[in-house]
Design a protein around this ligand. Structure first.
Ligand code: ADP
Ligand code: MG
Length: 317
């Protein structure tokens, strides 16, 4: 069977060529698409669907879902360095339960306020619970950060800490979580898309992606789009104390392979890293370097491991 990306490329990428909208500067293949909408302004947009039982568990708390559904969509704007503007919401519901709806709307409203995204429209239908968010942002003409700009020698950096949301998956049913479990659950339930960091990185980062499917997989998208490889130093992966206390030796593996963190992975030339404003540098950890070739090499100290970028595939896993 075709994998998710193969399927998209085979059936849908060709349709991108059918229209002749010359204002579409970037079609499928990046975190968002880009359309020039004024002499000095580009529209950056992306749609994400969340399906019950796939992207969130059955009977998931609706207030958390409200936050999370917008956060994961907004994260693609962060990855492009876009200023958030508005979103539309396509909601498919099995029934119109007022308690569920008011809690969902409460979570969604707090995320919308936090991310600076206005709800501009949508569609409501009956069926299996699915939430689709289209997010719109803008960047000054030509300033969006693409996946395709990484150069050999660039520093590979990630924001925040990695692996916690992945560790949370084992504890979603935990009724009396201790402090470590609470911390990782918080990261899973309330991801914070790095919108301010994304915009601050315009003009500095050569490439960016948000870590939705796992660092190796998402960095892999940058490498593929840029025609380069990566060398990662496992000892430099940013791991929280909570995660290390909770999973011990498994923390680095989670940081490399688990999804749902919604941090940014960006490449920055070393000479630019040296002059980056301290405020931006504080939010990032350098974990490795862009090198020539293909794939990702992990330096574990006593041995190295070569990985081809895998990650979550909706039609293979
Ligand atoms: P992300 O994880 O950043 O949201 P995805 O992995 O969902 O990105 O998608 C990868 C790329 O494929 C994106 O550029 C997206 O626009 C494109 N894509 C996904 N599904 C389709 C589709 N059905 N038709 C056209 N393009 C698609
Ligand atoms: Mg993305």
């Amino acid at each position: 069977m075709m994998g998710e990306f193969e399927l998209i490329r085979h059936y849908f990428f060709p349709i991108a060529e059918v229209g002749n909208a010359s204002s579409v500067l970037l079609g499928p293949g990046d975190d968002c698409a880009i359309q020039r909408i004024g002499p000095d302004l580009d529209l950056v947009f992306s749609v994400d669907a969340l399906v019950e039982g796939v992207h969130f568990p059955h009977h998931y708390d609706p207030e958390k879902l409200g936050w999370r559904s917008l956060a994961v969509a907004a994260s693609d704007l962060a990855a492009m360095g876009a200023d958030p503007v508005c979103f539309t919401l396509a909601l498919t519901l099995p029934d119109a339960n007022p308690d569920w709806l008011s809690a969902y709307a409460r979570g969604l409203a707090s995320a919308a306020r936090r991310f600076g995204l206005s709800l501009a429209g949508g569609d409501t239908t009956r069926g299996p619970l699915t939430l689709s968010m289209q997010v719109h942002g803008t960047v000054p003409k030509g300033e969006a950060i693409l996946r395709s700009g990484a150069q050999v020698g660039d520093c590979i950096c990630v924001s925040g800490t990695l692996g916690e949301a992945g560790a949370a998956l084992d504890h979603l049913e935990n009724d009396s979580p201790g402090p470590e479990v609470q911390a990782v659950l918080r990261k899973y339930h309330f991801p914070e898309p790095r919108l301010a960091l994304g915009t601050a990185l315009r003009g500095f980062a050569t490439a960016a992606v948000d870590v939705s499917d796992g660092l190796v997989a998402d960095l892999g998208h940058i490498l593929e789009a840029s025609g380069v490889a990566a060398s990662i130093d496992a000892s430099r992966l940013p791991l929280s104390q909570h995660l290390k206390r909770l999973v011990g030796q498994s923390a680095a593996g989670l940081a490399l392979n688990a999804g749902d963190d919604y941090e940014l992975c960006v490449t920055v030339p070393p000479q630019v890293w040296a002059i980056l404003p301290e405020k931006i540098r504080r939010e990032l950890t350098v974990i490795g370097e862009v090198v020539a070739g293909e794939g990702v090499t992990i330096d574990w100290g006593d041995h190295t491991e070569n990985l081809s970028a895998g990650g979550y595939d909706h039609f293979r896993n």
